[in-house]
Design a protein around this ligand. Structure first.
Ligand code: AR6
Length: 174
Protein backbone atom coordinates (compact mmCIF):
# COMPACT_ATOMS: atom_id res chain seq x y z
CA UNK A 1 0.00 0.00 0.00
CA UNK A 2 1.38 3.38 -1.00
CA UNK A 3 0.77 6.36 1.27
CA UNK A 4 1.75 9.76 -0.05
CA UNK A 5 1.78 12.83 2.21
CA UNK A 6 1.14 16.18 0.55
CA UNK A 7 0.56 19.68 1.88
CA UNK A 8 -2.26 21.13 -0.17
CA UNK A 9 -5.82 22.37 -0.42
CA UNK A 10 -7.72 19.12 -0.90
CA UNK A 11 -10.20 20.76 -3.29
CA UNK A 12 -7.39 21.15 -5.83
CA UNK A 13 -6.26 17.52 -5.83
CA UNK A 14 -6.74 15.31 -8.86
CA UNK A 15 -7.44 12.15 -6.88
CA UNK A 16 -10.31 9.88 -7.99
CA UNK A 17 -11.99 10.69 -4.68
CA UNK A 18 -11.41 13.25 -1.99
CA UNK A 19 -12.75 12.64 1.50
CA UNK A 20 -14.84 15.28 3.22
CA UNK A 21 -14.76 15.71 7.01
CA UNK A 22 -18.47 16.37 7.23
CA UNK A 23 -21.15 16.43 9.93
CA UNK A 24 -24.09 14.01 10.17
CA UNK A 25 -26.47 16.25 8.21
CA UNK A 26 -24.14 16.21 5.17
CA UNK A 27 -25.47 19.67 4.38
CA UNK A 28 -22.16 21.49 4.61
CA UNK A 29 -20.34 23.45 7.28
CA UNK A 30 -17.03 25.18 7.86
CA UNK A 31 -13.45 23.99 7.45
CA UNK A 32 -12.71 21.47 4.75
CA UNK A 33 -16.45 20.73 4.39
CA UNK A 34 -17.18 24.34 3.46
CA UNK A 35 -14.23 24.47 1.07
CA UNK A 36 -15.35 21.28 -0.70
CA UNK A 37 -18.94 22.47 -1.09
CA UNK A 38 -17.79 25.86 -2.43
CA UNK A 39 -15.47 24.26 -4.97
CA UNK A 40 -17.88 21.50 -6.04
CA UNK A 41 -20.80 23.89 -6.57
CA UNK A 42 -24.44 23.71 -5.48
CA UNK A 43 -24.98 20.34 -7.17
CA UNK A 44 -23.03 18.75 -4.31
CA UNK A 45 -25.50 20.05 -1.74
CA UNK A 46 -28.39 18.75 -3.87
CA UNK A 47 -26.75 15.32 -4.09
CA UNK A 48 -26.18 15.24 -0.33
CA UNK A 49 -29.73 16.35 0.38
CA UNK A 50 -30.97 13.44 -1.76
CA UNK A 51 -29.22 10.87 0.44
CA UNK A 52 -31.63 9.16 2.83
CA UNK A 53 -31.94 10.34 6.42
CA UNK A 54 -31.55 7.46 8.87
CA UNK A 55 -33.02 9.56 11.66
CA UNK A 56 -34.15 13.18 11.32
CA UNK A 57 -31.13 15.21 10.16
CA UNK A 58 -28.73 12.25 10.12
CA UNK A 59 -27.64 11.16 6.65
CA UNK A 60 -24.32 9.76 7.85
CA UNK A 61 -23.74 8.60 11.42
CA UNK A 62 -20.35 9.21 13.02
CA UNK A 63 -17.74 6.76 11.72
CA UNK A 64 -19.62 5.91 8.53
CA UNK A 65 -19.18 7.21 4.97
CA UNK A 66 -21.27 8.11 1.91
CA UNK A 67 -20.25 8.79 -1.70
CA UNK A 68 -21.41 11.42 -4.19
CA UNK A 69 -20.05 12.75 -7.46
CA UNK A 70 -17.47 15.54 -7.25
CA UNK A 71 -19.29 17.84 -9.70
CA UNK A 72 -17.03 20.88 -10.36
CA UNK A 73 -14.08 19.47 -8.41
CA UNK A 74 -11.10 17.91 -10.18
CA UNK A 75 -11.91 14.76 -8.13
CA UNK A 76 -14.56 12.47 -9.64
CA UNK A 77 -16.08 11.61 -6.28
CA UNK A 78 -16.45 13.00 -2.79
CA UNK A 79 -16.55 10.47 0.02
CA UNK A 80 -18.26 12.14 2.97
CA UNK A 81 -17.40 10.81 6.39
CA UNK A 82 -18.21 12.06 9.87
CA UNK A 83 -15.44 12.03 12.42
CA UNK A 84 -16.00 11.95 16.17
CA UNK A 85 -16.04 15.08 18.28
CA UNK A 86 -13.14 14.82 20.75
CA UNK A 87 -14.40 14.42 24.32
CA UNK A 88 -11.09 13.44 25.87
CA UNK A 89 -10.83 10.01 24.29
CA UNK A 90 -13.25 8.20 26.58
CA UNK A 91 -16.28 8.18 24.26
CA UNK A 92 -15.00 5.67 21.73
CA UNK A 93 -13.31 8.36 19.62
CA UNK A 94 -10.42 6.17 18.32
CA UNK A 95 -12.76 3.41 17.06
CA UNK A 96 -15.06 5.96 15.45
CA UNK A 97 -12.14 7.72 13.75
CA UNK A 98 -10.80 4.37 12.53
CA UNK A 99 -14.26 3.65 11.10
CA UNK A 100 -14.06 6.84 9.03
CA UNK A 101 -10.86 5.69 7.34
CA UNK A 102 -11.97 2.06 6.96
CA UNK A 103 -15.42 2.88 5.57
CA UNK A 104 -14.02 5.50 3.19
CA UNK A 105 -11.47 3.04 1.83
CA UNK A 106 -14.18 0.38 1.48
CA UNK A 107 -16.28 2.77 -0.65
CA UNK A 108 -13.25 3.63 -2.79
CA UNK A 109 -12.51 -0.06 -3.36
CA UNK A 110 -16.18 -0.81 -4.12
CA UNK A 111 -16.06 1.90 -6.81
CA UNK A 112 -12.77 0.58 -8.15
CA UNK A 113 -10.99 3.88 -7.60
CA UNK A 114 -7.26 4.31 -8.17
CA UNK A 115 -6.68 7.02 -5.58
CA UNK A 116 -8.28 8.59 -2.52
CA UNK A 117 -7.17 11.70 -0.65
CA UNK A 118 -7.89 12.23 3.05
CA UNK A 119 -7.91 15.42 5.10
CA UNK A 120 -7.14 15.22 8.83
CA UNK A 121 -10.62 14.05 9.83
CA UNK A 122 -11.76 15.46 13.22
CA UNK A 123 -8.54 17.45 13.71
CA UNK A 124 -10.13 20.88 13.21
CA UNK A 125 -13.44 22.01 14.68
CA UNK A 126 -14.01 18.55 16.20
CA UNK A 127 -10.87 18.94 18.30
CA UNK A 128 -9.16 15.52 17.95
CA UNK A 129 -5.49 16.01 18.92
CA UNK A 130 -3.49 15.50 15.72
CA UNK A 131 -0.70 13.55 17.46
CA UNK A 132 -3.33 11.01 18.59
CA UNK A 133 -5.31 11.01 15.34
CA UNK A 134 -2.40 10.27 13.01
CA UNK A 135 -1.50 6.82 14.46
CA UNK A 136 -5.19 5.83 14.49
CA UNK A 137 -5.50 6.87 10.84
CA UNK A 138 -2.34 5.03 9.82
CA UNK A 139 -3.28 1.81 11.61
CA UNK A 140 -6.80 1.81 10.19
CA UNK A 141 -5.55 2.44 6.66
CA UNK A 142 -3.00 -0.35 6.98
CA UNK A 143 -5.56 -2.79 8.38
CA UNK A 144 -8.24 -2.01 5.82
CA UNK A 145 -6.07 -2.64 2.76
CA UNK A 146 -4.18 -5.71 1.62
CA UNK A 147 -0.43 -5.08 1.28
CA UNK A 148 -0.65 -5.46 -2.50
CA UNK A 149 -3.64 -3.12 -2.95
CA UNK A 150 -3.16 -0.92 -5.98
CA UNK A 151 -5.05 2.08 -4.63
CA UNK A 152 -2.99 5.20 -3.92
CA UNK A 153 -3.68 6.76 -0.51
CA UNK A 154 -2.98 10.49 -0.34
CA UNK A 155 -2.82 12.22 3.04
CA UNK A 156 -3.64 15.85 2.41
CA UNK A 157 -2.22 18.05 5.17
CA UNK A 158 -3.31 21.66 5.46
CA UNK A 159 -0.05 22.76 7.07
CA UNK A 160 3.49 21.64 7.74
CA UNK A 161 2.80 20.65 11.36
CA UNK A 162 0.37 17.94 10.24
CA UNK A 163 2.70 16.84 7.44
CA UNK A 164 5.57 16.45 9.96
CA UNK A 165 3.42 14.23 12.18
CA UNK A 166 2.61 12.01 9.20
CA UNK A 167 6.22 11.77 8.02
CA UNK A 168 7.28 10.79 11.55
CA UNK A 169 4.53 8.17 11.85
CA UNK A 170 5.39 6.65 8.47
CA UNK A 171 9.09 6.54 9.33
CA UNK A 172 8.34 4.92 12.69
CA UNK A 173 6.14 2.32 11.01
CA UNK A 174 8.76 1.34 8.41
N1 AR6 B 1 -7.85 21.17 2.41
C1 AR6 B 1 -7.30 20.27 3.25
N2 AR6 B 1 -7.45 20.31 4.59
C2 AR6 B 1 -8.20 21.30 5.10
C3 AR6 B 1 -8.82 22.28 4.30
C4 AR6 B 1 -8.61 22.20 2.89
N3 AR6 B 1 -9.16 23.08 2.04
N4 AR6 B 1 -9.51 23.13 5.11
C5 AR6 B 1 -9.32 22.71 6.37
N5 AR6 B 1 -8.52 21.61 6.38
P1 AR6 B 1 -12.31 20.53 9.93
P2 AR6 B 1 -13.42 18.34 11.57
C6 AR6 B 1 -8.04 20.81 7.51
O1 AR6 B 1 -12.63 21.51 10.99
O2 AR6 B 1 -12.50 18.65 12.69
C7 AR6 B 1 -17.21 21.30 9.58
O3 AR6 B 1 -17.95 22.45 9.89
C8 AR6 B 1 -8.00 21.46 8.87
O4 AR6 B 1 -6.82 22.25 9.02
O5 AR6 B 1 -12.61 20.89 8.52
O6 AR6 B 1 -13.64 16.91 11.17
C9 AR6 B 1 -18.09 20.08 9.36
O7 AR6 B 1 -19.34 20.43 8.77
C10 AR6 B 1 -8.01 20.26 9.80
O8 AR6 B 1 -6.67 19.73 9.93
O9 AR6 B 1 -13.08 19.10 10.19
C11 AR6 B 1 -18.26 19.54 10.74
O10 AR6 B 1 -19.30 20.21 11.45
C12 AR6 B 1 -8.83 19.23 9.02
O11 AR6 B 1 -8.95 19.74 7.68
C13 AR6 B 1 -16.94 19.84 11.40
O12 AR6 B 1 -16.40 20.98 10.70
C14 AR6 B 1 -10.21 18.96 9.57
O13 AR6 B 1 -10.77 20.17 10.07
C15 AR6 B 1 -15.98 18.70 11.24
O14 AR6 B 1 -14.83 18.96 12.00
Amino acid sequence: MAIQVVTADITELNADAIVNAANPTLLGGGGVDGAIHRAAGPELLQACRALPQLTPGVRCPTGQARITPGFRLPARYVIHTVGPVWHGGTQGEPALLAGCYENSVALALAHDLDSIAFPAISCGVYGYPPELAVPVALLSLRSSLPADAAIQIVICCFGEAMASLWHAALNDAD
